[in-house]
Design a protein around this ligand. Structure first.
Ligand code: DAV
Length: 373
């Protein structure tokens, strides 16, 4: 193994190697997510009521910032260098040759847009209009890493138009039966005409990269990832969770914790024909316990499910950070031999995620390994 000091400035091959440097998101300047063809935000339990628009209230931003700062402070006590995105005013409207949108979103979830694959930084295409320019808050950091070490490379995925024709507008109204049928054909709110993916639909396991086909990642997006990554020695595996009718981002569904162990979502089993990869290689799939909050108890403006509970952040193969109130999951992880650290994070939920979503790992000790030889 190479000495740690020799590792490139950007180096992360999986979700669990010992963490050295991390970007933690920021709620500064955040706005409510607008309704658009790829997104129909709803107030929890009050479907049909208009969803707010424009900037998030200052108090809501302050509450989220306090918890994001708390995560940053905890990471620093663990010897992790923490970096933060630039604060931008996301309440500004956007207009491109192909669409207009009333405001943008936020920089709380770097995971959705940025991914480190080995020594390469990839900026995802994104799938929603309000998130078209969401790479911007991270660009200063990307330039810094890119300038710091000639072994670091940087790839920007082709931007889709996000024009009306890229979306299936009736998706949101499909009755359950139709949704079920289309689900098996993996048809969601985005069509297959352009390359579309969010970075958070990927999960890294050394040579092997899982990519979830979803509302935010289509088959063209997966083909682009395959053609871009496989010549570099990766293997790209599309994965599906047929009981999730609104799939978006893999990190509340299938969460690798260390070699041989994956935390799974009992409501969203992996498609049968995709299981052998894990079963044949002796991996253990362990179901997450029921989250502490029910879906109805999630924050009013939060568009994610109760399974944000399992959106944990690995500090190493034997140390994880969990949301402070998710005691059943903490107990399970302790019983599996993990040291479990906790931090309050519920005020971040309405910005689209929990601990894994709100972070982007820049450097973890370790090299590319083949966990599925
Ligand atoms: O289960 O609602 C949320 C992922 C957020 N980035 C879920 C997925």
């Amino acid at each position: 193994m190479r000495e740690i000091a020799d590792l490139p400035a950007v180096n992360a091959w999986n979700e669990w190697d010992p963490l050295r440097e991390m970007v933690v998101g920021s709620a500064a300047g955040a706005a409510f997510e607008p309704a658009e063809p790829g997104n129909r935000p709803q107030i929890r339990g009050r479907a049909g009521e208009p969803f707010p628009a424009g900037p998030k209230p200052a108090e809501a931003v302050a509450r989220a910032e306090e918890e994001l700062d708390g995560l940053a402070a905890l990471l620093e006590t663990q010897g992790v260098t923490v970096r933060r995105p630039e604060a931008l005013d996301f309440s500004r409207p956007l207009r491109t040759p192909h669409f207009e949108v009333e405001n943008q979103y936020c920089a709380v979830c770097p995971r959705d847009v940025m991914i480190t694959l080995g020594n390469e930084i990839i900026e995802a295409t994104m799938s929603r209009r309000a998130r078209y320019f969401e790479y911007e808050p991270y660009r200063k950091l990307v330039y810094e890493y890119w300038e710091a070490d000639s072994r670091v490379s940087w790839t920007v995925a082709p931007k889709p138009t996000m024009a009306d024709g890229m979306y299936r507008r009736d998706f949101w109204e499909w009755p359950l039966q139709e949704r079920h049928a289309r689900m098996h054909a993996s048809e969601f709110c985005i069509t297959q005409k352009e390359i579309v993916f969010d970075a958070a639909d990927m999960s890294r396991m050394g040579r092997d990269i899982l990519v979830q086909e979803s509302m935010t990642t289509n088959r063209a997006g997966i083909r682009w990832l395959k053609r871009t990554l496989e010549p570099k020695g990766f293997r790209v595996h599309p994965v599906h969770f047929p009981l999730d009718y609104f799939p978006s981002h893999i990190d509340c569904t299938f969460v690798p914790l260390r070699p041989g162990l994956i935390l799974t979502n009992p409501d969203r089993p992996l498609r049968d024909d995709e299981l052998p990869m894990f079963v044949n290689d002796g991996w253990k799939l362990i179901e997450a316990p029921e989250p502490v909050l029910s879906n109805d108890e999630m924050p009013d403006y939060c568009q994610s499910s109760k399974w944000l509970s399992m959106n944990v952040l690995s500090l190493s193969p034997d140390k994880v950070i969990c949301e402070e109130q998710e005691k059943p999951l903490q107990d399970l992880l302790s019983s599996l031999g993990f040291e479990v650290l906790t931090v309050p994070f519920r005020n971040v939920f309405e910005y689209g995620g929990s601990l894994h979503c709100a972070t982007w790992d820049i450097r973890r000790d370790g090299v590319r390994e083949d966990y599925f030889p």
